[in-house]
Design a protein around this ligand. Sequence first.
Ligand SMILES: NC(=O)C1=CN([C@@H]2O[C@H](COP(=O)(O)OP(=O)(O)OC[C@H]3O[C@@H](n4cnc5c(N)ncnc54)[C@H](OP(=O)(O)O)[C@@H]3O)[C@@H](O)[C@H]2O)C=CC1
Ligand SMILES: CCCCCC(=O)/C=C/[C@@H]1[C@@H](C/C=C\CCCC(=O)O)[C@@H](O)C[C@H]1O
Length: 273
Amino acid sequence: MVIAKKFILDKSFNGPPTDDNFKLVDEQLDELKNGEILVEAIWLSVDPYIRPYSNHVSPGTTVMGTQIAKIIKSKNQQYKEGKKVFCSTGWRTHSVINPNTLEKDVMPKFYVLPDFGNLSPSLGLGVLGMPGNTALFGFLNICDPKPGETVVISAAAGAVGSHVGQIAKDLGCNVIGFAGSDHKVKWLKEVLKFDAAFNYKTKDVTAALLEAAPHGVDCYFDNVGGEFSSAVIYRMKSFGRVSVCGSISSYNTNPKNLPKGNHFNLYSIIKFI
Ligand SMILES: NC(=O)C1=CN([C@@H]2O[C@H](COP(=O)(O)OP(=O)(O)OC[C@H]3O[C@@H](n4cnc5c(N)ncnc54)[C@H](OP(=O)(O)O)[C@@H]3O)[C@@H](O)[C@H]2O)C=CC1
Ligand SMILES: CCCCCC(=O)/C=C/[C@@H]1[C@@H](C/C=C\CCCC(=O)O)[C@@H](O)C[C@H]1O
């Protein structure tokens, strides 16, 4: 008999998450039936979407989220013990899954990870998973960046932004990142080789842009929304492109009291991922 440990949403969120929102509980799992597998979590992903998506979730529900897990018992010939899998089972240690009867969805809920060799399987939740794909396709398909163009990235040291910045550097763009600490800014400049990076908590965004992008911005990869994005969008060149990936600055806000919209530059093309 296996006892899973899982985090449930104990109290609905009201503002930034606190320990009180979560409760760790046990769940006794049933014996495997034919077709089912038992997986054990190795890595859980704590992603920004969990906060706003949970506004619609009832207390008592397992906290949503994806994980990389290992098959530790199998009653399904197609899924062998020892294989590593990606699954959307939430914040829990053990889960029983029947891969053949999972709902088909736009987003995959379950798949066997390819062999990453010596690399960490955690990359299946990072650059080789949802954040990496968001960075690659959200940047290339929507911003359509060209060598020499100026690219601004918010939350630039995060999972998505740090990959957008590296892709933009590889393409020969002038890359400007914003992050919320001096340590992150140093990492963006010294390790990821961004052309410029600023701490938006201590430096005025418009002043930073006038310094690093005096002729305006061609591409803006927007992870944060709110007032920050209004300041960047105001500095877009005509026919600049904005990829609206996320708006983390408002995720802890009550949806009935969201901030005012951006000041849109009508000559920019703005698309949502
Ligand atoms: N559309 C899509 O398909 C997807 C969208 N997203 C969105 O992309 C964005 C980034 O996700 P991801 O890289 O995984 O996140 P991470 O958790 O890696 O990074 C998030 C960072 O956002 C910054 N941040 C938090 N609050 C604020 C705020 N109020 N103002 C400005 N920055 C803030 C913080 O960095 P700092 O210390 O620098 O402030 C934080 O570390 C999110 O908005 C997310 O919802 C992500 C994946 C898919
Ligand atoms: C107002 C909220 C905006 C959130 C933007 C964002 O981060 C979107 C991310 C999703 C992402 C979600 C991933 C998995 C959800 C699985 C939930 C579950 O079944 O447990 C992915 O779906 C693409 C983006 O739309």
